[in-house]
Structures are given as structure tokens and as C-alpha cells.
Design a protein. Structure first.
Length: 351
């Protein structure tokens, strides 16, 4: 039954009209709130979907290659290699073989035979990749000739993981430490050097140096011949950026691992390749960097006791087969500093 406004007093009409208007306003407000809730739930759903897509994208982006998975799973087993006194070749069956200093480890084209120490070792070919590992302690170096003809020089305190044969669409190796690569050209199979911290170097045929020691603050790639592309995938859930740089001969790309930034410079890179020929040459380098390299090359520790200007730069050269007495004399003549050596602890003190 509807109210008859004609017979109602003016006072009742006004009151009834006010209640009707109040009811309509309340209904409008409730409808608005309902729409807002619907929009909120829709926005939340869209956000969740976007978040899920981002998570899937990040997960896909972080998919690591088989050789990186192998390196990660075998990290503990070979973590103490730097404390060893011998270069070791660890076969896919975990058999370890001692290798002479600077001895070349050479594979045949199929990867089922490896020559080392004038002996031939047979390995089984399987459908699954078989990874070998070379471990080079401080004070030692090693050379490899991989199945594709690529030549590798491994510096002190380094580890290289590689397949016995390159049967996939690309050629991938995993490096920890420092190495020089003279890559055999094969346009159909690009060559990748993988390292920790999502760092990689892509190359088709060239001569370059990669230094990626775990304890170093920077990862660097220096190009002597050819052309390479270095890439670093930033860490962080929402960071999908990949820093890339294409290097031409005479260029160095240096990645700051903490800041996640990469800087390229042009300079004389010849000195960075000198150690493969048996000597360490440095030009206008600061003392801490020189000492870090000498620590690895000669397996010694340096202790600075006196006041030393660590920003001053030096130039010089050392033969890597020199005994430590010659190294100390050369360092004293180069820097003008006084050094003393403790044979028992292999500690060199700078006064």
C-alpha cells in the first residue's frame, strides 16, 4: 500500500520525504561500496595474476644450463682444491688424476680419449653430457685442448668444468678463477663461458681473458682478438634487466658485483695475457692488485706492516718460474720497499 500524499499533513509529508531521500541515499552508498569491493577484488586478482606471470617469467629467466647445474651440485666436492699442491683432472666418474704443472690436457675430436702426462685415457661416450673438471691450485697453471680445438690456459687458483665433447647446439664451459680462451671458430655452435653471479661471455671465434675469482669484487673480460658479448643478469625478484656489452679488441668490461654495474674501457690489454707465456707483466697497476696476483701465482701471503701508499702505480715483470728470492728482489727494485720472507709460513712482509 502506497501513501496518499494528498491527504497527508505538510509536516508528515516533509518527514516522509526525508525518510525516502535518506533511504535512497543509503541504497546508493551501498551500491557504490559494492562496486568498490568488486573493483578491489578485481584489482587484487589482476595483481595476483601479474605477480604469478612475473614469478613464472623470473623462474624461466633463471633456468640454468646443465653445466651450471653440474657446477652447483659439485661445488662442495671440489671447494678445497686451492689448498692442493697439484693440478688435478677430475673425470666424469670422479676419478682424480694428478697433472704436472703447465702440462697440456688434450682431447680428441670425439672426446672419448684424453692425452695427459704422455698417457692416453679412454672415456665412454654417452647420450648425456659427460663433464670433466680441471682444478688448478695457487702457484700452478694448466693448459687444455678441448674436443672442438679450443685452447684454454688456466691460471692459478682456477677451476674449469667442460663437456668431454660438444654435442649440443652451443658449446658451454664453466669457469671459476682466470683463464685465457682461444676459441675454435664454429658459427653454428656459439661458445659460452659461464661464471657465477649470472655472468656469461658469448663468442664465435676469438682470443680473450676472463677473470672471475669468487673473492674478487669485480669480474672482468679483456678482448685481444675478435669480438665477444658479455652479459650479466641482475639479481632481485623484480629485476629483469640484463646488462650487456659488446667488446672489440683492446676493450675490457668490468662488472662490479656489489653495485651490479658494468663499465667498459679501452686500454692496452696485452699485459693481461702475459702469464700464459710464463711471465707476469703489469703496467701502471696499484700495489694491492699486483700483490693479489703474486699471491696466486706464487702461492704466498703478503703482509703490509709499514706505511705504504697503496694508490701509487707500478710497472714491471716477473718470470713465473723464478724462485721467491728473485721475486722479492724484483719487487723491491720495482717498488723501493723493503721485504722479508718466512719460508715456513710462505709469508712475505712489507716493512
Amino acid at each position: 500500500m502506497y501513501p496518499n500524499f494528498k491527504i497527508l499533513p505538510k509536516k508528515d509529508k516533509a518527514a516522509l520525504k526525508a525518510r525516502i531521500e535518506e533511504s535512497l541515499a543509503f541504497e546508493k552508498q551501498r551500491t557504490r561500496r559494492k562496486k568498490l569491493r568488486t573493483l578491489s577484488w578485481s584489482a587484487a586478482a589482476v595483481f595476483c595474476i601479474a605477480l604469478g606471470i612475473t614469478a613464472v617469467f623470473k623462474q624461466e629467466q633463471k633456468v640454468i644450463s646443465p653445466i651450471e647445474q653440474f657446477a652447483k651440485s659439485n661445488m662442495t666436492a671440489v671447494s678445497s682444491f686451492a689448498k692442493s699442491s697439484q693440478v688435478r683432472l677430475v673425470l666424469s666418474n670422479q676419478e682424480a688424476i694428478a697433472v704436472g704443472d703447465s702440462t697440456t690436457i688434450a682431447y680428441n675430436a670425439s672426446g672419448d680419449k684424453v692425452n695427459i702426462n704422455n698417457k692416453q685415457i679412454n672415456q665412454k661416450n654417452t647420450l648425456e653430457p659427460q663433464y670433466n673438471t680441471v682444478l688448478v691450485p695457487y702457484g700452478k697453471r694448466a693448459q687444455l685442448s678441448l674436443a672442438d680445438g679450443t685452447l684454454v690456459w688456466l691460471n692459478s687458483g682456477s677451476k674449469l668444468i667442460y663437456p668431454t665433447a660438444f654435442n649440443d647446439e652451443s658449446r658451454e664451459v664453466f669457469l671459476e678463477g682466470e683463464a685465457i680462451f682461444d676459441v675454435a671458430h664454429n658459427a653454428a655452435k656459439p661458445f659460452f663461458v659461464k661464471a657465477a653471479n649470472n655472468y656469461s661471455v658469448r663468442v664465435l671465434g676469438t682470443l680473450f681473458n676472463v677473470s672471475c675469482y669468487t673473492k674478487d669484487a669485480k669480474v672482468s673480460t679483456a678482448l685481444l682478438r675478435g669480438k665477444v658479448q658479455v652479459a650479466y643478469a641482475k639479481k632481485g625478484f623484480f629485476d629483469t634487466d640484463t646488462i650487456q656489452a659488446v667488446l672489440k679488441p683492446g676493450m675490457i668490461a668490468a662488472l662490479d658485483k656489489k653495485r651490479q654495474t658494468m663499465k667498459t674501457t679501452v686500454q692496452n690489454v696485452e699485459t693481461l695475457f702475459s702469464w700464459r707465456k710464463g711471465y707476469y707483466e703489469f703496467s701502471q697497476e696499484k700495489l694491492p692488485l699486483v700483490l693479489d696476483k703474486l699471491t696466486r701465482y706464487y702461492n704466498v701471503n703478503f703482509v703490509i706492516k709499514g706505511t705504504v701508499n697503496q694508490n701509487e702505480t707500478y710497472s714491471g715483470a716477473f718470470k713465473l718460474n723464478d724462485d721467491l728470492d728473485k721475486v722479492i728482489k724484483t719487487l723491491e727494485a720495482t717498488t723501493g720497499l723493503a721485504l722479508s720472507y718466512d719460508d715456513k709460513t710462505r709469508k712475505i712482509t712489507i716493512n
